[in-house]
Design a protein around this ligand. Structure first.
Ligand SMILES: Nc1nc2c(ncn2[C@@H]2O[C@H](COP(=O)(O)OP(=O)(O)OP(=O)(O)O)[C@@H](O)[C@H]2O)c(=O)[nH]1
Ligand SMILES: [Mg+2]
Length: 351
């Protein structure tokens, strides 16, 4: 062997070693690709499982309707309208969907009721996506403490969703602190403590007899700054009995945050329970008046058969749904995905 090939072997390993290395790299790439595919599939399966109640109710009603009618006429559309309303899509959106469907049916000269499925799916999709960019990413940037404020009525799922999101951020490598700024219920702090332990986040609790949520937030900021946390999540009380109190409380928290961390809170997420349907929206609007909001976490989608609520919320509150809760377990929270949602809602109709 000549000097040159000896030198190369010394520097880069023998030819066989180099080939083996290349092969290993290729395999690693393949593995990563496979894992990505698998994650995508898992996410879709979560959606399908979480939306199964809505799916059954929606697809069964439409199939029944199609079996009862052998052509598309005014009566068919009246019944379709009822089905859409039953799935918690607001009156206003139902009118738009029906009118759009009518137009399409006329343009395409469609008479077979079974051919309307694709048109409905397409209209649901465009109505959600219309006039807006769908941004589901959380505003998390490097080299700062990212502050996320969670608000919403009692029992909507704030504490649970915070834990789920904390887990996701921890899995991504972030150091996460949670502030138990619910000084209203002692049990609320205990519940948060159990959850944070489970997912590996740290917690700041109110001092004994502390009644001021802003004081807890103040203490949490101090800890986050001195111990270099990447994310600070704030759990708040969900009482709604007194709008003025709620407004003062949230305003005070926001003031403390803004004075100590530039641009904070970077996310203010409204947590909404999907099973409360259109009543929940009215309550949620009160929170929107009390604090600026950046997005929605829609919980308990697995518990409702009225999956159309997603469209109504987006339309009425004019905020994107960033995450949806698909069950009680810590992994049952998914970034909102319009394709997966429409598929989960209508799966079975086009097959
Ligand atoms: N099935 C299901 N249950 C959920 C989901 N999210 C939350 N829950 C349940 O809803 C209940 C209330 O959730 P919490 O997280 O305690 O609600 P909260 O908003 O913190 O309530 P308060 O602290 O009283 O204001 C709990 O039993 C949760 O397990 C979900 O996506 N699916
Ligand atoms: Mg709570």
């Amino acid at each position: 062997m000549g000097f040159w090939s000896n030198l190369k072997d010394k520097l880069f390993g023998t030819k066989e070693e180099r080939i083996a290395k290349k092969q290993a790299k290729l395999e690693e790439k393949e593995q990563k690709k496979l894992q990505k595919e698998l994650n995508k599939q898992n996410k879709l399966n979560n959606y399908i499982a979480g939306l199964s109640k809505s799916n059954t109710s929606f697809t069964e009603s439409i199939k029944e309707l199609q079996n009862r009618h052998n052509k598309i006429d005014e009566e068919f559309f009246e019944e379709l309208e009822e089905i859409l309303i039953m799935s918690d899509i607001s009156m206003k959106l139902v009118q738009i969907i029906i009118n759009e469907c009518k137009k399409e049916v006329k343009n395409e000269n469609i008479t077979d009721p079974k051919l309307i499925n694709e048109i409905i799916a397409d209209k649901l999709f465009t109505i959600y996506a219309s006039n807006s960019v769908i941004d589901t990413t959380l505003n998390v940037q490097p080299n700062r403490i990212n502050v996320m404020l969670f608000v919403g009525v009692n029992g909507s799922g704030k504490t649970t969703s915070i834990s789920k999101i904390a887990k996701k951020l921890i899995d991504e490598g972030h150091k996460v602190l949670v502030a138990a700024a619910d000084t209203f219920r002692a049990a609320a702090v205990e519940q948060l403590e159990i959850w944070t332990k489970r997912v590996g986040a740290d917690i700041v609790k109110p001092a004994e007899n502390e009644k001021d949520p802003a004081a807890v937030v103040y203490k949490a900021i101090d800890k986050a700054q001195s111990e270099n946390y990447d994310v600070l999540i704030i759990d708040t009380a969900g009482r709604l009995q007194n709008k003025v109190n709620l407004m003062t409380e949230l305003a005070k928290i926001n003031k403390v945050l803004a004075s100590k961390i530039e641009g904070a809170p970077h996310e203010s997420l409204l947590v909404l329970d999907a099973t409360t349907g259109q009543n929940g929206i009215a309550q949620a609007k009160v929170f929107g008046e009390a604090t600026p909001l950046s997005g929605i976490v829609l919980t308990k989608m697995d518990g409702t058969s009225k999956g159309g609520i997603v469209l109504t919320i987006k339309d009425e509150i004019n905020l994107a749904v960033k995450y949806i809760g698909l069950g009680e377990k810590v992994e049952d929270l998914a970034e909102f995905d319009l394709d997966a949602y429409i598929y989960g809602l209508m799966k079975g109709l086009n097959e």
